[in-house]
Design a protein around this ligand. Structure first.
Ligand code: TV1
Ligand code: CA
Ligand code: ZN
Length: 388
């Protein structure tokens, strides 16, 4: 009746845990795990869970997390104490600052979202899922012994390491508005993972400050990782038409040259128009088109979340992308169901608000056609060195 049918011979798994959503970074912090509650409410009000295998995930074990992180760092994450309001004693591992505060239940939060990504990866490896989804993951800045940019444990690296146990090659694609530096660094010296991050880059202060076009892997040609890190630096205001064209062109070329056995797509929703931290004009439709394109390649696909700081838009994007995964995006009603929890938070009642509804006045687009052509040409040249 609601247009949701389980796709035949096609399995989508959804890895969730309501525990994750309950954590708080602090009142004014832009990262709000509560956006996962809003997303889940929207997904379930459409009845999409009926078309997926839903798994309530578990905490990753410390042993699993040691696949990437050091024992010392994990030990500190586990025992770090929430600081008193006026205590500004510096903490190690970049913890305790404003970006990466130590909050109540921090290790539980980290091990839960990591467990969800590891479980999702295993579903792909066992051929039990064609698409495995963890919207609570995608925390791409975390390093092996350092927290960074709201990220403490790198669930993406942990998931890719799982997939590499079974498959020779993984393509990682990152549409978060920030550079996926932690994942790039983790696989910098291998030719078994290709990383492609699209992001805002201004050569100045936009976080994390890396990800220019020339950054394509280790400079030493004898290093297997050479030419296997690709970066797409963009300016403010890129629109759907440009973004979709870039995404399809670049991912298409990567798949053709690198022949990945699996794709991990980080779907950071801070690349959407109206995001509190982002600066692009990408709409829910354009963001979703990236997911639809990856699905059309018919390669095992993992979807993880990431950034996204205007919760109503995050929920719209991840609900729309869930509908694409299960194949009901053309049949569901774009008007948000009446019984959706927190429906009044959506302000505009549709999954697809117009740019004018989102922004009032759209921000100017600083990306020229020449800039985009230069990017495609540069990436194409890099890919000539890749032969899988
Ligand atoms: C507390 C309260 C923390 C208000 C952080 C925006 C805040 C930011 C806050 C913020 C904020 C950043 C930096 C500066 C590096 C610092 C999940 C030299 C209004 C994947 C992480 C962005 C993005 C970190 C994470 C960035 C992700 N921007 N208000 N902090 N220092 N940090 O610039 O890629 O989306 O902004
Ligand atoms: Ca990115
Ligand atoms: Zn981001």
């Amino acid at each position: 009746a609601n247009g949701i049918v389980r796709p035949k011979g096609y399995n989508v798994s959804w890895h969730v845990n309501p525990e994750i959503e309950k954590h708080h970074f602090g009142n004014s912090h832009p990262m709000k795990p509560w956006r996962l509650t809003l997303s889940k409410g929207l997904i379930m009000s459409y009845g999409m869970h009926a078309a997926m295998d839903t798994f309530v995930t578990r905490q990753a074990t410390e042993e699993e997390m040691r696949d990437f992180h050091t024992e010392d760092y994990l030990e500190y994450l586990k025992t770090a104490k929430v600081a008193m309001p006026d205590d500004d004693t510096p903490m190690p591992y970049n913890l305790g600052g404003s970006d990466c505060p130590v909050f109540e239940g921090l290790f539980n939060y980290c091990s839960m979202y990591s467990g969800a990504s590891i479980d999702a990866a295993r579903k792909l490896c066992n051929n039990e899922s064609d698409i495995a989804i963890n919207w609570s993951g995608g925390l791409h800045h975390a390093k092996k012994a350092e927290a960074s940019g709201f990220c403490y444990a790198n669930d993406i690296v942990l998931a890719i390491l799982q997939i590499l146990r079974k498959y020779p090659r993984v393509l990682y694609v990152d549409i978060d508005v920030h550079h996926g530096d932690g994942v790039e660094e983790a696989f910098w010296s291998t030719d078994r993972v290709m990383t492609l991050s699209i992001h805002k880059y201004d050569g100045l202060s936009f976080f994390p400050g890396t990800g220019d076009l020339e950054r394509t892997g280790p400079p030493d040609e004898n290093n297997p990782g050479a030419h296997h890190a690709l970066n797409v630096p963009l300016s403010d205001g890129i629109n759907d038409e440009q973004y979709i064209w870039l995404f399809k062109t670049l991912v298409g070329k990567c798949v053709e040259r690198f022949r990945p056995n699996a794709i991990v797509l980080q779907c950071g929703a801070d690349s959407l128009a109206g995001d509190r931290l982002g600066r692009f004009n990408v709409q829910v439709q354009g963001h979703g088109a990236c997911v639809a394109y990856c699905k059309s390649l018919k390669i095992p696909l993992m979807l993880v979340g990431g950034g996204g700081y205007t919760p109503r838009n995050v929920a719209r994007a991840w609900a729309h992308e869930t509908s694409i995964a299960i194949g009901c995006d053309q049949t569901i009603d774009p008007i948000i169901p009446m019984h959706t929890p927190y429906r009044s938070h959506f302000r505009h009642e549709t999954l697809f608000p117009t740019l004018e509804q989102i922004l009032g006045d759209p921000r100017p687009n600083r990306n020229t056609p020449k800039k985009l052509d230069d990017i495609v040409q540069h990436v194409t040249e890099q890919l000539r060195f890749v032969n899988a």
